[in-house]
Design a protein around this ligand. Structure first.
Ligand SMILES: *[C@@H]1O[C@H](CO)[C@@H](O)[C@H](O)[C@H]1NC(C)=O
Ligand SMILES: *[C@@H]1O[C@H](CO)[C@@H](O)[C@H](O)[C@H]1NC(C)=O
Ligand SMILES: *[C@@H]1O[C@H](CO)[C@@H](O)[C@H](O)[C@H]1NC(C)=O
Length: 291
C-alpha cells in the first residue's frame, strides 16, 4: 500500500489516527480533499450544487457545515452535479466538476468554477471544457500537474471499441488525457487506460475517477474500475514510466487492483478516490467512496 485511507462512507473503524471512519454517513460519494494552510477542504457529490466542508482536523470534517459555493439554473448544467475537485491552477483555486441536463446522464460534461486565493473565496462559473476533436460525454475530470504543464484526465466512452456480442450498450468506459492549454481549454485527447483485466470488467467495463498521486519523485494515477453499483468496485493503479503523459505507452498499468473490498474486516468496496497529503507533507492519504 502506498497510502493510508479514509473512507467517506463505510463502517470501517480506524481510531488510532485521531479520527474514526467513516467521515460521512450520507452524501459522501466521489470525495476529493486538499490540505492547505491549516485546513482540510473536502468536496463530495451532492447532485444539486457544489459545497466545500472545511476543518483543521479530519475528525472535524464530520460535523463542519458544508459551504455552498455554486448551483445553477442553466438547463445545460443544472443537474447531476458530481465529482467536484478543488485544484490550484494558474494562480487561482478552481473547481472542476461534472454536470448535465435534467433527467438523463447522457449530457454530462466537465465544467470549471473560478475562485480566488483562498479555497472559500467566491466562485464564478468559468466555462465548460470542450474536448478538441472529441466533444463527447466527459466525466470525473481531474488535473495532473507536472513541472512542464497541466493535463486533464477524464473518463469517457470509447467509440472505437466494439461492445461485446449481444450487449450493444456495453461500451468500454476509458481514461483519457488531454494537454491543458489554459484552465478551461485542452488539446487533443489520448486514451491511456481501458478496462481490460477481469477485475476491471465485473458488472460493467469501466475505468473512471482517476486521482493523481505524486510519491517519491514518481507519478501515479489511482482510478476506479468495474461497476460502481456493487461490491466489485476496486482501485487500480497506473504509473507514468516514460517522459510524456500524452503517450499512452508511457503509462504502465499494474495487473492487480491495489485496493478492494475485504468483507471479513468490514472494508467496503472502494470506489471513486482522491489522494491528499498530511499537514507536514510527509504522508499520502487516500479518501474514497465506500460501497
Ligand atoms: C444530503 O444532501 C441533501 C442535498 O443536499 C440534503 O438535503 C440532505 O439533508 C443531506 N443528508 C444528510 C444526512 O446530510
Ligand atoms: C428535474 O426534473 C424533475 C422532474 O420533472 C423536476 O421535479 C425537477 O424540479 C427538475 N430539476 C431541475 C433542477 O430542473
Ligand atoms: C501542450 O500544448 C501546447 C499547445 O498546443 C504545446 O505547445 C505543448 O508543447 C504541449 N505540451 C505537451 C507536454 O504536450
Amino acid at each position: 500500500m502506498l497510502w493510508k485511507s479514509v473512507a467517506a462512507l463505510s463502517t470501517l473503524a480506524v481510531t488510532a489516527l485521531g479520527f474514526k471512519n467513516p467521515l460521512k454517513d450520507f452524501n459522501g460519494s466521489d470525495p476529493q480533499m486538499q490540505y492547505w494552510n491549516g485546513n482540510y477542504y473536502l468536496l463530495t457529490t451532492t447532485w444539486t450544487h457544489i459545497a466545500i466542508t472545511t476543518s483543521p482536523t479530519l475528525e472535524g470534517l464530520k460535523t463542519a457545515e458544508p459551504k455552498m459555493v455554486h448551483s445553477s439554473d442553466d438547463p445545460s448544467r443544472c443537474c447531476n452535479l458530481w465529482a467536484p475537485e478543488l485544484h490550484y491552477i494558474d494562480g487561482n483555486w478552481r473547481i472542476y466538476y461534472t454536470a448535465g441536463t435534467n433527467g438523463t446522464f447522457d449530457n454530462q460534461f466537465t465544467h470549471v468554477l473560478k475562485g480566488g486565493q483562498d479555497p472559500l473565496d467566491t466562485y464564478e462559473y468559468e466555462d465548460r471544457v470542450v474536448m478538441t476533436g472529441r466533444d463527447v460525454w466527459a466525466i470525473d475530470s481531474t488535473i495532473l500537474q507536472m513541472d512542464y504543464g497541466n493535463f486533464l484526465i477524464y473518463s469517457s466512452w470509447d467509440p472505437n471499441t466494439p461492445p461485446p456480442p449481444g450487449k450493444a450498450d456495453d461500451r468500454d468506459q476509458c481514461l483519457y488525457i488531454a494537454n491543458m492549454t489554459s484552465p478551461t481549454t485542452v488539446g487533443r485527447s489520448v486514451k491511456i487506460s481501458a478496462p481490460t483485466y477481469d477485475w476491471e470488467t465485473v458488472g460493467t467495463r469501466v475505468n473512471e475517477g482517476a486521482a493523481p498521486l505524486y510519491h517519491g519523485g514518481r507519478t501515479f494515477l489511482s482510478y476506479s474500475a468495474a461497476g460502481c453499483a456493487g461490491g466489485e468496485y476496486k482501485l487500480g493503479l497506473l504509473e507514468l514510466v516514460g517522459g510524456n503523459p500524452m503517450n499512452a505507452c508511457d503509462w504502465k498499468k499494474y495487473p492487480e487492483p491495489v485496493f478492494s473490498a475485504n468483507k471479513e474486516d468490514g472494508v467496503y468496496a472502494p470506489g471513486h478516490n482522491a489522494n491528499f497529503y498530511s499537514p507536514d507533507g510527509k504522508e499520502t492519504w487516500n479518501v474514497y467512496h465506500a460501497i
